[in-house]
Design a protein around this ligand. Sequence first.
Ligand SMILES: *[C@@H]1O[C@H](CO)[C@@H](O)[C@H](O)[C@H]1NC(C)=O
Ligand SMILES: *[C@@H]1O[C@H](CO)[C@@H](O)[C@H](O)[C@H]1NC(C)=O
Ligand SMILES: *[C@@H]1O[C@H](CO)[C@@H](O)[C@H](O)[C@H]1NC(C)=O
Ligand SMILES: *[C@@H]1O[C@H](CO)[C@@H](O)[C@H](O)[C@H]1NC(C)=O
Length: 594
Amino acid sequence: MELISFILSYFITKDLSIMTAFICWPSEQALELQRSARVAGVRLTVVSELRHSAPMTTSGYFREAMLLDLNCPDTHFVLEKASRSRVLNKRHSWLLLHNSSAEPALVEDTLYAYEILPDADVVWSSPDSLVDVYKTKPNQPLLQVELGLSRNSSRHELLSLWGALPTAVTRRRDLRNVSLKGISVVTEPDNFKGWADLRNRQIDTFPKFTYPLMMLLAQDLHFRFDLRQVDFYGVSHNGSFDGLVGHLQRREAEVGLASLFMRHDRMQVADFFSETCVLACAFIFRQPSRSAVSNVFLAPFSAGVWGASACVAASAALLLVALRRLRQHTRVSTDLQLFTLLEAVTFVLGSLCQQGFHRTPPVTSVRVVMFSTLLTSLFVFTAYSAKIVAILQTPSTALQTIDDLVRSPMTIGVQDTTYKTVYFLESPEKSTQQLYRHKILPQGERAYHSVVDGIARVRTGFFAFQVEKSSGYDIIKQTFTEREKCSLSEIEAFKPPLVAVPMKKHSGYRELFASRLRWQREVGLMDRARHMWLVSRPRCEAAGTGFVSIGLIDVLPALQVLALGAIMSVVLLAGERGARMLQRQTAHSTPASY
Ligand SMILES: *[C@@H]1O[C@H](CO)[C@@H](O)[C@H](O)[C@H]1NC(C)=O
Ligand SMILES: *[C@@H]1O[C@H](CO)[C@@H](O)[C@H](O)[C@H]1NC(C)=O
Ligand SMILES: *[C@@H]1O[C@H](CO)[C@@H](O)[C@H](O)[C@H]1NC(C)=O
Ligand SMILES: *[C@@H]1O[C@H](CO)[C@@H](O)[C@H](O)[C@H]1NC(C)=O
């Protein structure tokens, strides 16, 4: 039969193989449809009780074909149900059969009550025409587009029609000046001075960043926003959200003009259609100089070089002592001019420190040993001092990982935001959790600062601040000197989720908006907004100019050794005086006892 073969061709050329037919045909005709569907490889469900059809859902893995014969009684039950559960969408391809005409007035009359939005795929089929229908908004007139084929068209003609037909997004880009409800967030209304005010970039960055993109979208798709403004992004209380997400959840607004974290709980109640940027959070701090976290004087050599130097020194000392022994065996008189063990140790230490020795024994073998020891220590010393200068002058990389931060004596602060603790607690990284427990939790509320205060403390040093990077760098650009900018480092503790623009669940504009925002990203409009609103890390312009001045902290170990020596000498002096006094007393008192 001609009608049945047309229906199957229609759906098969659209690559659909699951079909639901709402029909009230005589049984032999319905059987014929089932038989042909089986032959064509289409899984068919026939519903003849239109009044009590099964519930429909928008979710599912496959696209489905829906056939509705408008000549049946009770078709409005099916359309009503489909409209209410938003099944008139992209995933379901509807074919409405009418036995005589596709008069615009008749189509309008039949379908005016239903939500056939721009994402719908609904085609009205009469014996001699095929009409694609949708509307820009509920309660607007239907837009009807003649597709130019009739029921006696061949499969080949259908295929070439689908090939030539632009996508729904391209065909339906003009929303004809309808107004859609939008909702925006301003969390600090007192500090709000307009959407394009670049002075306080760190306040409400993401709504301000998203706003021009959405306005551009409205211009692009030719619609208007009916805007409302709320103070919160939205937090779940027992499953029902407040703020912006709450409005979307209650379906009071179509779309949000802000970028929010795509969190799992929010995705239950709202859809996200386009990620706008990656929001990065990191610990920003000034890298402390290497001497602040470790002893610079031990750093130049590896353990192997230290060991080798010690070996050379020890063998030189032993060799000197051995030479003295040898000399004592052969010539008794000259032993005074040679090194004793203690003298040998003093000589070796002196030569390591480039100090030489007051005596030069007139024995050639000893002189050779002394000469080679002094020469060796010269090379070692040159390398050592050069390396120390290099360490003090190069920018430090002492703290590289979260574990380094946990171990270092740095104070930690966190930007005061709604998600300040959530992502530390949800982080799968052990070291991040450890950082939270050891460094943040003990401080209580004192750990949380505003961006401006936190960055000010970063500037004075020894403070690591967890902050949303672009806000942090914005303040840094305004307050840091060039040299201070060069010492900045960042460590990422966790990856926050992407931020994306939300809209109400199963919105009919989702495809349209998503693809046009993707276009904005591809042509660079989104990058432009990002450059305007999100500050990237300041470049270090002052690197390599001038020398780093050395502070007391850099030579602290040397001072400590000096102080230790001084204390020891005082103690020894006191000991010697004590011993001498004791000796005198015994010398005076001894005669009396006789
Ligand atoms: C179309 O269907 C209606 C109702 O089922 C019927 O009254 C009418 O005669 C049919 N028209 C044609 C051309 O088959
Ligand atoms: C298709 O049907 C129309 C009228 O409905 C007729 O004019 C046309 O000749 C038919 N075409 C073919 C190929 O059968
Ligand atoms: C869109 O509609 C608004 C309000 O009805 C009207 O003021 C405006 O001129 C319209 N714009 C266009 C381009 O038609
Ligand atoms: C949360 O929901 C439960 C059950 O739905 C209810 O018993 C409880 O009172 C609610 N709590 C709040 C704070 O609304």
